[in-house]
Design a protein around this ligand. Structure first.
Ligand SMILES: N[C@@H](CCC(=O)N[C@@H](CS)C(=O)NCC(=O)O)C(=O)O
Length: 222
């Protein structure tokens, strides 16, 4: 049986979940405790996602998706998949922390949206949310500096326009009439920001993006 160790807030984890859901591979989810990560005691890799497939342990979201595709789903790759997967991991995902955690108040609000599925008690959940809201705006700021992001809102819109113009390029999905590997990755990282107003605003200003996102959501949400 496949088990995915995750944070519900993590875009890389959503990337794997979008793939699992779309390809209908059954799996269990384990929410990892952010401080201490005791659920990951079986591995030295202290980042999520981690996938366990019986005795097999796979780490790093792209390697996990590759493993799942090679062993279970067998979606056909297309020639520029690697380029787009790298864009997802090295460009697109970097806009999310500054958009989700611009300040403590907004970060606290947004963390509330993604922590609802945790099985922890209310007091512990509140503590984790509070500490997260204090830490994450600083992490987001560091990310802005590291990746030279000046205006996250505008640059995110530009990134989505790039996806629509050069990825979708007039097709329903990157892979054609049906979603493929790249669609699940782009959708997955964005799905981690669902309900925070970011994607809703993007869908309004870029209706083609909105249609693609809604179509993916109907096939890639659990
Ligand atoms: N390159 C990794 C990135 C994973 C990653 O950065 N995960 C974050 C959560 S979004 C994490 O586990 N952070 C915990 C930490 O760094 O202590 C992947 O694609 O899986």
């Amino acid at each position: 049986m496949i088990t995915l160790y995750q944070f519900n807030s993590c875009p890389f984890c959503w990337k794997v979940k979008a793939f699992l859901n779309y390809t209908k591979i059954p799996y269990n989810l384990v929410e990892v405790t952010p401080f201490g990560m005791k659920e990951l005691d079986f591995t030295d890799h202290k980042k999520v996602p981690v996938l366990k497939d019986d005795a097999e342990i796979v780490v790093e979201s792209s390697a996990i998706v590759r493993y799942l595709n090679d062993n279970y789903a067998h979606l056909l790759p297309t020639p520029q998949d690697d380029e787009w997967q790298a864009w997802v991991d090295n460009t697109l995902v970097h806009y999310l922390p500054p958009l989700i955690h611009p300040n403590i108040g907004k970060s606290f609000q947004n963390l509330g949206l993604v922590m609802t599925s945790s099985k922890d008690g209310a007091v512990k959940r509140f503590f984790v949310r509070l500490v997260g809201a204090m830490v994450m705006p600083r992490v987001a700021n560091k990310m802005k500096l590291k990746h030279s992001i000046q205006n996250p809102e505008a640059e995110f819109q530009t990134a989505l326009a790039h996806w629509v113009d050069n990825g979708l390029a007039g097709k329903d999905f990157y892979a054609g009439e049906q979603p493929g590997l790249v669609d699940t990755s782009v959708f997955g990282v964005l799905r981690s920001a669902q309900g925070m107003g970011i994607l809703e605003a993007a869908a309004t200003s870029n209706p083609t993006f909105g249609r693609w996102y809604a179509a993916c959501r109907s096939m890639m949400d659990a």
